[in-house]
Design a protein around this ligand. Structure first.
Ligand code: BES
Ligand code: ZN
Length: 457
């Protein structure tokens, strides 16, 4: 039985330093969606490189044509396993800015919560592993395994650099188990281990009508309005039962196993509090499936942005020349984003009325993933989570996507453990993103023990 008291003492005494370090990273506006933030992405990468170097890890920045991958490793340990920790230092755009109570890149603690863009997704969660390792290296205990870190700067916008580098990195990244903290607990007070993520296929759909905006009195009623054409097409993509209407869309969808449905049933999901937490009166989705099933185990289709015509104050009687939408499909394992792109093209070509032209732009995509919930390392992970959070975790899948995970698991032939320290209401991608201080510290504690448990699974 390992004695963790020295480690726990170090963690307790260093809480302020740990928070200061996270704050430093949170101050960097490292959004990957907008190329003009390249310098900030580099700054965030440099922050991490310096941190790893200060901890004595062999550190490198890898990749070209975009924000670098930060790679760092501890020395190999003979007869110990190799763990690869993946995370991301990029964040989503903070818009709409006027809804933030404090500026997104000026982190502050209010009511026991850290507020900043990236607080939970993923700077706060990712840093728990860095800071936990730092703690272990500062005690007299020997690190019983080799830890490799791979922290990228484009997770929120398609992982292009990592996707290009990955095939060359098979040997360098070789590992027994991949550890990722970029998801959530099941609920407040109920930690979870995630064994599945959905994939995604993201597009822009552009509809072009007349060559210029027209007077709607002179021309209205006589030509197709591109905004209508776009909206009709979008509406037709889902039927009244919430089934996606792209041709062949469900062909490769594997039905949920009755045993998995039963296991999720026993999680006693609280429908009412879920709805009230997000400010809606009722939930909605594909007929025949529960809310958890719809979120974790079924595909979905969403519109993220719609643009057409006049958006300013007051009225303008314009018949817009064009309309566009940002849309995506969440996919379950076995569905491929490339296939979905073909199906969308077919659907759009069949549903574009004469008088307008439609164009589809592929933004990015990624496969869903389900890993073995009973893998060799899962018990060790459960023990680590229980030590940190004081409660046995439940096994869940999640609806969000970490597009590169499926490729990494496939290439590295490794197990994967997703340890989400966040909460669904942390406001990831939304204004006032937060991460509870207690979850930050519990995550660090869990991670600090994880290494020991993984070494003797
Ligand atoms: N951390 C999330 C993924 C996530 C969210 C996993 C919630 C589990 C639960 C990640 O940073 C993310 O948001 N990914 C994007 C990927 C997309 C932009 C390609 C997503 O899911 O929208
Ligand atoms: Zn994330």
């Amino acid at each position: 039985m390992t004695n963790f008291s020295e480690l726990d003492r170090f963690l307790k005494n260093n809480r302020q330093n740990q928070l200061d370090e996270l704050f430093e990273l949170l101050r960097i506006p490292s959004l990957s969606a907008d190329p003009s933030f390249g310098d900030s992405l580099q700054k965030a990468a440099d922050f991490l490189s310096q941190k790893f170097e200060s901890m004595g890890l062999k550190t490198q920045q890898l990749g070209t044509n975009g924000p670098p991958l930060v790679y760092a490793e501890t020395p190999p340990v003979s007869d110990g396993p190799v763990v690869l920790v993946y995370g991301h230092y990029d964040v989503q755009p903070p818009d709409p800015l006027d809804l933030w109570q404090s500026p997104p890149f000026a982190p502050e603690v209010r009511g026991g919560k850290i507020y900043a863009r990236g607080a939970t997704d993923d700077k706060g969660q990712m840093m728990t592993h860095v800071l936990a390792l730092e703690a272990v290296l500062n005690t007299s205990q020997k690190l019983p395994l080799q830890i490799k870190f791979l922290i990228e700067g484009q997770e929120e916008s398609g992982s292009e650099v990592l996707e290009a580098e990955l095939p060359k990195l098979g040997d360098q990244l070789a590992c027994d188990v991949l550890v990722i903290s970029d998801s959530s607990q099941y609920s407040k007070g109920q930690p979870a281990i995630t064994y599945g993520l959905r994939g995604i296929a993201y597009f822009e759909l552009h509809v072009q009508g007349p060559s210029a905006d027209l007077h709607s009195g002179v021309f209205g009623g006589a030509v197709v309005n591109p905004a209508f054409a776009l909206c009709n097409m979008i509406t037709a993509m889902k039927n009244a039962d919430g089934r996606i209407q792209l041709p062949g869309f469900y062909d490769s969808v594997v039905d949920l196993e009755p045993s998995e449905r039963r296991a999720w049933q026993s999680l006693n999901f609280d429908e009412k509090s879920f709805a009230s937490q997000i400010g809606v009166e009722s939930t909605h989705g594909e007929t025949g499936y529960s809310t958890l099933e719809r979120r974790w185990g079924r595909p979905s289709f969403d519109v993220h942005g719609l643009t057409s015509g006049y958006q300013g104050e007051g009225g303008k009687t314009v018949l817009p020349a064009k309309a566009s939408a940002k849309i995506s499909f969440r996919l379950v394992p076995n569905q491929s984003p490339e296939k979905v792109a073909e199906q969308l093209r077919e659907f759009v070509s069949q549903n574009t009325p004469a008088g307008v032209k439609a164009k589809i732009v592929d933004l990015h995509g990624g496969l869903g993933v389900v890993v073995d919930p009973n893998s060799k390392y899962m018990k060790a992970a459960m023990q680590a989570v229980e030590d940190g959070f004081g409660k046995t975790p439940v096994m869940i899948r999640e609806g969000g996507s970490i597009p590169i995970v499926a490729q990494m698991v496939q290439l590295l032939k490794c197990d994967a453990i997703l340890l989400g320290w966040g909460l669904d209401d942390d406001g990831a991608h939304s204004p006032n993103e937060k991460f509870a201080l207690e979850d930050f510290y519990r995550g660090i504690k869990s991670s600090s023990r994880l290494w020991h448990y993984l070494a003797a699974p």
